[in-house]
Design a protein around this ligand. Structure first.
Ligand SMILES: [Zn+2]
Length: 339
């Protein structure tokens, strides 16, 4: 449908709806806009499995899940227990996150093609969606253990490398820096590909507005980042640096599959924590609760007192156990609970 015809249709609808409550009118118009964009996509593009994506978009409202997902986005800052947040040092203990951090660009503003299409900021949306999906599954605020499962279970790596097959493969392939270096270089194949992406994104935007009253403005932005990331991964997994129309379909298939999956199935794997093995144990100050990780070559006898003047006690425990104990409110000095 041409822009002109769409405008005429909307004017006609607005007239028909006069007198109805405005919320209802705008929801109706948003759904009409969504339908008209989906019709355009069907007419203009002929891509394998695209009709599945269109069907999924049309059923977003009835499933109820999309509404909950947008809600989770809206309250995102409040979905964590205070002790649950991981700091940067902890996050970068993940091999996967570290490779993304080291190889993707960190441009403060996002302006492709002047900046990379996939920057570290774009990548960040992926983890944010995983957090929201996890939160919706457990139906309570996220705790420290949940965060470890999100960042150290390998689910992020699994989805990145296998996309819509993430729940079918038994072994996750291993990611390397080459993957992110390629992801950094990814571009749209041509204008038409970008057009399909934009139209689907626009249809999702209207679907969101139609489903969720007062859609948070940042939601379509974050969702766009997520989709660019997933479609880019599809290209790189296939050995290409150009995103084509099939990558877009595969990206959306992955997104819709993630919405239906139980992401809590993937539990923290200690070997992914990277905190094990390297530690020579820890010294903990009984007075201030601070702790110090012994480095190679250092021994507990080298340190007797903390900076605060408190006496240090040595624990032959890995950092994971120490941090977990501290996060969970373990009081330093109560030796019994540590044994
Ligand atoms: Zn101290």
């Amino acid at each position: 449908m041409s822009l002109w015809n769409r405008a005429k249709m909307i004017i006609k609808m607005r007239r028909k709806l006069q007198g109805k409550p405005s919320k209802e009118i705008s929801a109706f118009l948003d759904s009409a806009e969504m339908e008209s964009i989906l019709d355009e996509i069907v007419t203009e593009f002929n891509v394998e499995n695209l009709d599945d994506i269109i069907r999924e978009i049309r059923t977003l409202k009835d499933s109820g899940f999309y509404e909950r997902l947008i809600y989770a986005f809206k309250v995102w800052k409040k979905i964590f227990e205070p002790s649950a947040r991981l700091n940067n040092e902890e996050l970068l203990n993940s091999h996967f996150t570290r490779l993304a951090f080291e190889n993707l660009s960190h441009a403060p503003l996002y302006h492709p093609p002047r900046t990379d299409l996939i920057t570290f900021k774009v990548f960040g949306a992926f983890h944010r969606f995983l957090e929201m999906l996890y939160y919706l599954e457990v139906e309570r605020n996220l705790e420290y253990e949940d965060m470890l499962s999100i960042y150290f279970s390998g689910i992020d790596e699994r989805v990145t490398l296998t996309l819509d097959k993430f729940d079918e493969v038994s072994e996750t392939p291993k990611i390397n820096s080459k993957f992110f270096l390629n992801l950094k270089k990814v571009k749209w194949k041509d204008k038409n590909t970008k057009k399909l992406f934009d139209k689907l994104h626009e249809a999702m935007d209207f679907a969101g507005r139609f489903i969720f009253n007062s859609l948070p403005l940042q939601f379509p932005v974050a969702e766009g980042y997520l989709m660019i990331f997933l479609t880019g991964c599809s290209a790189v997994n296939d050995g290409r640096l150009e995103i084509n129309e099939n990558d877009i379909v595969r990206g959306y298939r992955s997104y819709f599959k993630l919405m239906k999956a139980d992401v809590t199935k993937y539990k923290v794997k200690k070997e992914l924590l990277n905190w094990e093995g390297k530690s020579k144990g820890h010294l903990i100050c009984k007075k201030c609760g601070g702790y110090y990780k012994l480095k190679a070559g250092e021994s507990p006898e080298d340190f007797e007192y903390c900076q605060c003047g408190g006496k240090l006690k040595y624990y032959d425990l890995d950092e994971f156990t120490i941090k977990k104990a501290i996060k969970e409110g373990w009081k330093v000095g109560r030796d019994k609970s540590m044994k």
